[in-house]
Design a protein around this ligand. Structure first.
Ligand code: ADP
Ligand code: MN
Length: 516
């Protein structure tokens, strides 16, 4: 017999050939193998196992909606609803991904970022997914990332032997945590602990950080909603609360509706109520001017306030939200000055943050028409012109102000006379561009009344001299403007040299009035 033949046949037939007992590793235990290699490599099995795992984690959602997509089988195509849901989910996911890409593209490296979070088609468990978190960090400042490189090297410790200080050292860590608070969003108040030798434990810091995150996310959401709602002539929740409080306190009877939505403000009409204090009388009808808190609208107005010495010191220290409040404050101060000089203008009732309440020019909820919208008789037109000339002079001399946005759009015709409104941007004549603003005002006024057929109306240069008391003789606009700018520069130089402004350019012999 051929020995090779026996050995070859043995595995199939006998209980075990002689060579197996001699094998140094012993006999292979074939009975314990529960599945074949083919099974192990089976994609189907892997998917089934995965499904099983996921079913445990997300029992309902996965079973109902996600399952079919992951496994590629188990597909119950008989259910139209499920098919629709599956498609919708796929669509939503694509939509969200696209939103994220756009958000990223728009925000770039900018410190101020916009969020599309509100527009996401949020999934039941996607909303809190870590992917979302990462994405969020991508587009905003990451508080974890220190501004300066840390002194602890990558290996996580410094020093040698016994003097090793690890990155986990309590004191170092505590200080670092305190310093990191500075990276929280600007609106998140962290107090003045940053300047002290305060050591925040990781636990406290993490709690604070989480809070700062959620605050920032919340405010981003509000911001979105706000932008959305102003488009619908409504206001953001914080402003609404301010308005509710005014009604609640009885100061206002009712807020009836919106009169105007501009780029920088929304104006509402309200019926006045009772004042908390005896000495103050609330007008029967009020106008509520809400300065928009959408920051970028105000960017191009910086120049008015930045160079206004009354606000100069404060300007640099303020965040954009406070700068907007300053516009409201400025309007209030300017209106009060005008009121004191007897110029027809809304009377200030109250200022709360970025909301200014004043008397309503008009009647029975109908606002007085702007000069541009009203057709006046020749006689009224002439009357209006002289009145405006007078008011401009008063504004300049008595209020020490230049309107800086004077035109037929900001003058109302009511009770047979002109009322001046919209003075948040008004500046003092010695503002670095004050005279230029005045010249622009004069041009608008002059053109309006000349076109309106008032033969007596001065031209813009004559009007400028009449209002300012200056005597600029240039007979053409270019030279005239050059002289204006020269005067402004002279005044700026004076400020540089003497630290104070001459408050008037007037050569009529009045003693100059200095800073308030
Ligand atoms: P904006 O900066 O948006 O131009 P305005 O102060 O000019 O702000 O107000 C916008 C509009 O609201 C005005 O054109 C006017 O029609 C109306 N308005 C503002 N204040 C009053 C008021 N006190 N009484 C009546 N209408 C007002
Ligand atoms: Mn206006």
């Amino acid at each position: 017999m051929d020995s090779v033949g026996v050995a070859a046949a043995a595995p199939d037939t006998g209980p075990g050939p002689a060579w197996q007992s001699k094998c140094p590793w012993g006999a292979p235990n074939t009975t314990s193998i529960s599945c074949s290699l083919a099974d192990v490599m089976s994609e189907q099995l892997a998917k089934e196992l995965q499904l099983e795992e996921e079913n445990a984690a997300f029992p309902e959602v996965v079973a109902a909606a996600e399952g079919p997509f992951i496994t590629g089988e188990n597909t119950d195509t008989s259910s139209d609803l499920m098919l629709a849901q599956m498609l919708q989910m796929e669509f939503d996911r694509e939509y969200d991904a696209q939103l994220r890409r756009e958000e990223k593209k728009i925000n770039g490296d900018s410190k101020v970022s916009i969020s599309f979070e509100n527009y996401r088609k949020v999934h039941p468990y996607d909303s809190d997914s870590s992917e979302d978190e990462v994405d969020w960090q991508d587009t905003r400042h990451d508080p974890y990332r220190p501004d300066k490189p840390t002194t602890t090297p990558r290996r996580g410790f410094i020093g040698k032997g016994k003097d090793i200080t690890t990155k986990h050292d309590e004191v170092v860590c505590g200080r670092k945590n305190t310093a990191r608070m500075e990276n929280f969003a600007p609106e998140f108040q962290v107090g003045d602990g940053i300047g002290m030798d305060l050591k925040l434990s990781n636990q406290v810091f993490n709690a604070l950080k989480q809070h700062a995150y959620s605050e920032e996310r919340r405010s981003a959401r509000l911001h979105e909603k706000k932008e959305h709602s102003t488009a619908e002539k409504a206001v953001d929740p914080k402003t609404r609360l301010l308005l509710y409080k005014m009604v609640n306190s009885g100061m206002l009877e009712t807020i009836t509706g919106c009169i105007s939505t501009g780029k920088e403000s929304v104006v509402f009409h309200a019926y006045g109520g009772k004042s908390a204090t005896e000495d103050k009388v609330i007008p029967p009808e009020c106008a509520i001017k809400v300065f928009k808190t959408t920051l970028n609208e105000f960017k191009n107005r910086d120049k008015y306030i930045k160079d206004d010495y009354r606000f100069k010191d404060r300007f640099s220290k303020l965040n954009p939200r406070k700068i907007i409040r300053m516009w409201a404050e400025k309007e209030m101060h300017n209106l009060t000055r005008m009121q004191n000089a007897g110029i027809p203008c809304p009377q200030v009732v109250i200022l709360k943050k970025h909301v200014l309440v004043m008397s309503f020019i008009g009647q029975d909820q109908v606002p007085a028409p702007k000069l541009k919208d009203v057709t006046l008789s020749n006689e009224d037109m002439k009357k209006a012109y002289y009145q405006v000339l007078n008011m401009m002079q008063q504004l300049y001399k008595e209020c020490n102000l230049v309107h800086a946005d004077l035109s037929e759009y900001n003058m109302l015709w009511h009770d047979g006379k002109v009322w001046l409104i919209d003075v948040s941007q008004s500046v003092e004549p010695t503002h670095p561009h004050g005279l230029e603003f005045l010249f622009r005002d004069c041009r608008n006024v002059s053109q309006f009344f000349q076109k309106g057929g008032v033969a007596e109306a001065l031209n813009e240069r004559e009007l400028f001299n009449a209002v300012s008391g200056l005597n600029i003789t240039a007979d053409n606009e270019v030279d005239f403007q050059a002289e204006i700018e020269a005067l402004e520069k002279m005044n700026e130089d004076h400020v540089q040299n003497h630290g104070k402004k001459l408050s008037t350019f007037s050569s009529d012999g009045d003693p100059p009035i200095y800073d308030e």
